[in-house]
Design a protein around this ligand. Structure first.
Ligand code: ZN
Length: 112
């Protein structure tokens, strides 16, 4: 996909898609994922504890901590990836472009 031409300088050399929502989507998604991860961490902790509970006390504790960490990291990463994808779709739908050369923003014509 090639960038549309800037309406001011008539060139697409310095034009790029404005990715506002790709960025915010990633942040929001990561935050949402991290928030949702509290549940995931609890589940991971429970699963880890259950898996390691055949080693009394120490195994249960280590399993719970490990499970919580894996659950937390997974949630934030997945959330960020999902937010990135959703934000990118919004950016493409809006089709807002910016020319770095003359610093103007414009919306792309739907006809390529
Ligand atoms: Zn321009």
């Amino acid at each position: 996909m090639s960038e549309p031409k800037c309406p001011k300088c008539g060139s697409n050399e310095h034009v790029h898609l404005v990715s506002t929502f790709t960025k915010t989507g990633t942040v929001v998604g990561a935050a949402a994922g991290a928030a949702g991860t509290v549940g995931g961490a609890a589940t991971g902790a429970a699963a880890g504890a259950a898996l390691c509970s055949f080693v009394p006390v120490v195994g249960t504790t280590i399993g719970a901590i490990g499970g919580a960490i894996v659950g937390a990291l997974g949630g934030a990463t997945l959330g960020g990836a999902t937010g990135y994808g959703a934000g990118k779709l919004v950016d493409k739908a809006l089709a807002k472009y910016k020319c770095e050369k003359c610093d103007c923003e414009f919306e792309a014509e739907s006809s390529t």
